[in-house]
Design a protein around this ligand. Sequence first.
Ligand SMILES: C[S@@+](CC[C@H](N)C(=O)[O-])C[C@H]1O[C@@H](n2cnc3c(N)ncnc32)[C@H](O)[C@@H]1O
Length: 245
Amino acid sequence: MTQRNAWNQASDAFNSLHEDDRPAITAATREINARLGSVAGLDVLEIGCGDARNCVELARRGARVTGVDISDAQIGLAQQRVDAAGLSVGLLRADAVDLSPLSDGSFDVILAIYAFQYVAEMAACLAECARLLRPGARLIFAQDHPIRACFWDEEMQEESVLPARSYFESAPLHWSFVGTDAAMTSHHRTLGWWFSSLREIGFTVTHLRELPLPDGWADDPDVDEYTRDIARFLPQVMVIEAAKR
Ligand SMILES: C[S@@+](CC[C@H](N)C(=O)[O-])C[C@H]1O[C@@H](n2cnc3c(N)ncnc32)[C@H](O)[C@@H]1O
């Protein structure tokens, strides 16, 4: 199943999750918004914008926003949300590795919240980001901390109490989106990979944050004991900010 089909299939299930049921994304979104600061008058691109909930928020804060997503279903929902808000947000269905409809040096900020881990050719995507940003402009993204992948038991399709695979394993992970048959593929790169790839492609890493889940989530009695311990003891979310040189 292609990533596009998988996200078309998972779209409704993903967007119907309450904020509390996507704690890592919620934590990542809060951190990114805090880092963004004032966006009034800035040209902002969100890669993997989903149903455009962040795009709409940024447009309300005065940014000129473009959202890109690989999934037709997600872009359809994004368009509905943008229309309902009565705001102007450009939306484009495209793969993050080929953003050729967008012009060189046309953005002040690119952000990606829980999108880059679904991109197989990440170096090509980073090259597109470097092309689209103005000199000194910022790339800010967040996703699962790579240590999390060590605790995913692919055979059992559940989190394991002990590491189930090496931190250095680069093969993609396969899993089904909860409550659907959508066959997801995600890619986990080490912190070292991110640091050296960003530097080689023309960025300076200016900020790295390793976050736990939001307070209280790991104490939820509905969450199984192993998952709670992993969430308590290990970072769950990685946030990186880099400046285009
Ligand atoms: C976990 S969702 C996050 C959505 C949104 N950023 C949010 O915070 O609600 C990941 C999104 O990335 C999109 N995506 C996955 N691979 C992509 C790719 N190669 N290019 C563009 N978008 C992609 C998916 O369609 C999906 O909407």
